[in-house]
Design a protein around this ligand. Structure first.
Ligand code: AKG
Ligand code: MN
Length: 207
């Protein structure tokens, strides 16, 4: 097991019915800061979701970049923005981490981003198990900015797990994680700072 600059173990997270790898700190602190400000300039927008006939504003900003395709997520269809250089670099880094830590070769073709403006912004329980993501999808999730709790709960038993996703970290979810677990990003009343999350994914169908 590798230790990072904070002496926190990096590595595989042992959780039944899941395949997870967490790296606490990928870049130097100046590079991490620089990335946060570049990513803050992405094309963030508000989106709405209609549930049981009622339309609600999604409690965070989102963006979607990738190859020529569109993606329906939480009943929202995202228009794809063309890749930008910093995102392509992060995509490559994530693909290398997947290969080194899991021995799997992956080509991410899109990135769904979330900007949590403060602790009031959040994401409810869900699994990234849409058919377009295919069998045992690999999702690489970067965090920049303030640390937020990322909660997981097993779909079929009472197991739970909470990560604090730190500035400049990478969480890779693979294997049966989406089949057996839900995850969420709960509200945190005391958090006043923003967090940027980038999730690199592979969509199977180009539509
Ligand atoms: O913000 C996070 O870390 C979670 C994001 C997430 O679950 C998603 O985009 O599907
Ligand atoms: Mn998710």
């Amino acid at each position: 097991m590798q230790m990072n600059m904070f002496d926190v173990p990096d590595g595989e997270v042992i959780l039944s019915d899941a395949k997870l790898h967490y790296t606490e700190q990928l870049f130097s602190s100046s590079k991490t800061e620089q990335l946060f400000s570049v990513l803050h300039g992405l094309n963030w927008h508000e989106a709405y979701i209609t549930l049981y006939g009622e339309t609600h504003k999604i409690p965070r900003l989102q963006c979607f970049y990738g190859d020529e395709l569109s993606y329906v997520y939480s009943n929202t269809r995202f228009k794809t923005e063309k890749w930008q250089a910093p995102l392509l670099q992060l995509k490559k880094t994530a693909e290398q981490y997947v290969s080194e830590t899991m021995g799997e070769s992956v080509n991410f073709n899109c990135m769904l981003g979330n900007l949590y403006r403060n602790g009031q912004d959040c994401m409810g329980w869900h699994a990234d198990d849409e058919p377009e993501l295919g069998f045992e999808p690999i999702i690489a999730s970067y965090s920049f900015g303030i640390s937020r709790d990322f909660k997981m709960k097993h779909k079929y038993n009472s197991l739970t797990h909470t990560f604090s996703l730190n500035n400049g970290s990478l969480l890779i979810m693979a294997g049966k994680t989406q089949e057996f677990w839900y995850h969420s990003l709960p509200k945190r009343a005391r958090v006043t700072q923003p967090r940027i999350n980038l999730t690199f994914r592979t969509l199977l169908k180009h539509r």
